[in-house]
Design a protein around this ligand. Structure first.
Ligand SMILES: Nc1ncnc2c1ncn2[C@@H]1O[C@H](COP(=O)(O)OP(=O)(O)OP(=O)(O)O)[C@@H](O)[C@H]1O
Ligand SMILES: [Mg+2]
Length: 336
C-alpha cells in the first residue's frame, strides 16, 4: 500500500471562486476513487504557509503527490511554488514540472518562448492600430475578467481597457491580436513509457451565440452554466477523417511540438484559435487542466476510449515511474 497525498489550493475565505471550489471537489473525488488496496489517500490544501506544508511533508512523507494546485491565495502565478517545494524535498508528483507551470502562469513570457521556438502565437504589439484586440490577464487563468468588453477594436481602446481591468482586478492585463474563427482544445497525456498520446481534439463551437457578442469563451461561459454564454458554447469532437482532417492534423503537430520542446510532462491542454485563412494560433497553455470528469480533458480521454479511472491511474503510474526524472525540453529533437 502506497501513500498518496492529493494537494489542492486552499479555498480563500467564505466565498470561494468557482475554480477553487472545483479543484477542492476534484481532490476529494480522486481520494474516493483511488482509495483501496494500492493507495491510501489523504487530501490536503496548500496556501502560502509553505513552511507548514514543508514540515508536514517532512514529518510524514507521501510516496507520491497528486498536484492539483492551480493557484495559491488566489494568485495563479504562485502555484509553481508547490512543485518547486516538492522537488526540493525530492518528492515525486503528478503533472508538469515547476518551470512549465511558472511559464504558463505568465502569458507574456510564454508568448516570448513560443515565438523563439517558431510556434505561432498572436502578436501583442499594435502593428495596425485599427486591428482588433483581446485584453486578458497576464498571470491568471479561468477567464478572469473576460466578458463581452474584452474585445476592443483599436489600440487606444486596448490601452484604456488594460488600465481599467488591471485596476479592477489588481493584476496586470495585456492586449493581443484577437483571432476571429474557430476554437480548439488539444489534450495530451504522457504514458508510462514516456510516449505522448494526443487525445481527440475538441472544438468549442459557438452555437446560438448571442447576436453581436464577441465570440470568447468568457467567464460567464465557463462558470455560469445557466448563462446564455454557457448555452452558446458546445464542446464537439470533429472527425479526423472528415473535412477538418488537415487542420486537426496541423493542430496535433503543433501541440506535440509544444509539449516536447517546452519540456512538458504528465498531461496538459493547449488551446488554439484558427483564423479565417486557416492559420492556427496557440492562445493558451494549461499545464494543470482540471480533472473534473465532465471537463474537456477527461471528456477527450473518454472519446479516446479511456475511462475516468484508467485516466487517473495512468497519470499516477506515469508520475510514479518517472519519479523526479523529468525529460529536459527539446528531448524529441535531442535524439533520445
Ligand atoms: N487571441 C485571442 N483571440 C480570440 N479569442 C481569444 C484570444 N485569446 C483568448 N481568447 C478567448 O478567451 C478565452 C480565454 O482565454 P485564455 O485561454 O487565454 O484564458 P484563460 O483564462 O487562461 O483560460 P483557461 O480557463 O482555459 O485557462 C479563450 O478560450 C478564447 O475564447
Ligand atoms: Mg488557461
Amino acid at each position: 500500500m502506497h501513500r498518496l497525498l492529493i494537494l489542492h489550493g486552499a479555498i480563500q475565505g467564505p466565498n470561494p471562486t468557482a475554480d477553487e471550489a472545483e479543484t477542492e471537489r476534484v481532490a476529494h473525488n480522486l481520494a474516493g476513487l483511488l482509495s483501496g488496496p494500492d493507495w491510501s489517500c489523504e487530501v490536503a490544501h496548500a496556501d502560502l504557509d509553505l513552511e507548514k506544508l514543508r514540515i508536514q511533508l517532512l514529518k510524514s512523507p507521501p510516496d507520491l503527490v497528486f498536484n492539483l494546485v492551480e493557484s495559491l491565495n488566489g494568485q495563479d502565478r504562485l502555484a509553481c511554488a508547490i512543485p518547486a517545494l516538492l522537488e526540493s524535498l525530492s518528492l515525486p508528483y503528478t503533472g508538469n514540472p515547476t518551470t512549465v507551470i511558472a511559464l504558463a502562469d505568465d502569458k507574456l513570457a510564454l508568448k516570448r518562448e513560443l515565438r523563439s521556438l517558431g510556434l505561432p502565437t498572436p502578436p501583442v504589439s499594435p502593428i495596425d492600430p485599427e486591428a482588433t484586440f483581446i485584453v486578458k490577464a497576464r498571470f491568471q487563468h479561468a477567464s478572469l475578467g473576460l466578458g463581452p468588453d474584452a474585445r476592443v477594436t483599436s489600440w487606444p481602446a486596448a490601452t484604456q481597457q488594460i488600465e481599467t481591468q488591471s485596476r479592477r482586478y489588481g493584476t496586470p492585463f495585456f492586449a493581443e491580436a484577437f483571432i476571429p474563427g474557430r476554437e480548439f482544445n488539444l489534450s495530451l497525456l504522457e504514458t508510462v513509457g514516456g510516449h505522448i498520446r494526443l487525445l481527440p481534439p475538441a472544438e468549442i463551437a459557438f452555437r446560438n451565440w448571442p447576436e453581436g457578442r464577441p465570440q470568447i469563451v468568457d467567464y460567464e461561459a465557463k462558470w455560469d452554466p445557466e448563462s446564455p454564454a454557457a448555452h452558446g458554447t458546445v464542446r464537439v469532437f470533429p472527425k479526423g477523417d472528415g473535412p477538418d482532417g488537415a487542420i486537426l492534423q496541423t493542430l496535433c503537430e503543433l501541440a506535440r511540438s509544444l509539449f516536447e520542446r517546452l519540456g512538458l510532462a504528465g498531461y496538459a491542454r493547449i488551446d488554439f484559435r484558427v483564423d479565417r485563412q486557416g492559420q492556427p494560433w496557440i492562445i493558451d497553455l494549461n499545464p494543470n487542466p482540471t480533472l473534473d470528469p465532465e471537463a474537456g480533458f477527461a471528456q477527450a480521454a473518454r472519446v479516446a476510449g479511456i475511462g475516468y479511472r484508467d485516466l487517473i491511474e495512468g497519470i499516477l503510474d506515469q508520475a510514479a515511474k518517472r519519479g523526479l526524472g523529468f525529460s529536459p525540453p527539446g528531448r524529441a529533437y535531442a535524439g533520445d
